[in-house]
Design a protein around this ligand. Sequence first.
Ligand code: GLV
Ligand code: GLV
Length: 323
Amino acid sequence: GKLKVFVTARLPAVAVNILRERFDVSMWDSENDIPKDILLEKSRGKDGLLCLLTNKIDKKVLDEAGKQLRVVSTMSVGLDHIDLNECKARGIKVGYTPDILTSATAELGVGLLLATSRRIVEGTNAAKNGSWGTWKPMWLCGPSLEGSTVGFFGLGRIGLAILQRLKPFGVKCFKYNTLNEKTKEFETEHGVTYATFNDLLATSDFLISCSSLTSATKNIFNKEAFDMMKSTSIFINIARGGVVMQDDLCQALIDGKIRAAGLDVTTPEPLPTDHPLFQLPNCVITPHIGSATDETRTAMAVLAARNLLAGLENAPMPSPYEL
Ligand code: GLV
Ligand code: GLV
């Protein structure tokens, strides 16, 4: 019989059809998050899973799926929701969707940088709620990107794409900190210099978090980190909420340890509407929409389907994650 795959969310037909041609496909046909018990039940006996970043693919799911599970394909660049060690131990191939979402996510990163520095949301609200009295010389001012120092925590594809997009703004200095230091050639080519984590914190006017979430980066932006940052600095997170101790960030914003924050990712997601971060005028929160362009989301779904197809047919996946 045909191989069986389970798709954990409603995807564009163009992606699902790639799978339907070859496999026995079942799908959680809803925009709502699949409940864990249903994920476990639906994974049972499947040869392949196509999942989202909101589905925790842990040991339990892999156990439930059983021995014939050979491929886990995620419609995301992030892999922190998948137990990669377990996949490796079981010989399960993993596919993901880097590269095609780099521009979209970089655009959103730049958007959050400008939204926070130029206080766009605060200004929009002021205009709407009647506090726009007249043109006031010092009203709603914010720091300029021109002449600033921009720091990257994590400088992979997305960080680099942001750096390239920021160059025309006249940024004075780009710094980065990552676990794997880049070569001198890379640094010269891109006009960026390595900084220790502490130096990155202490000298950045804008600090952009774009690293993956791992045991090494979890909660790395904590009280000690925010205490070291400039009181005029702006923190942007387009990576994962888990790299930030969110209560510490909230307190840092309240205490003026940093000036503002732009967050596309939070803990949890969705962030409850009564969360204190939503009360802060100097915090702009978007609902994890980094890759959300029309073109990119469809391309991600199609690539995830192609990864699953290739993986199950023992062909090279277009975008494998090397375990
Ligand atoms: C988005 O966060 C992704 O990992 O693709
Ligand atoms: C991370 O995976 C990136 O693309 O920057």
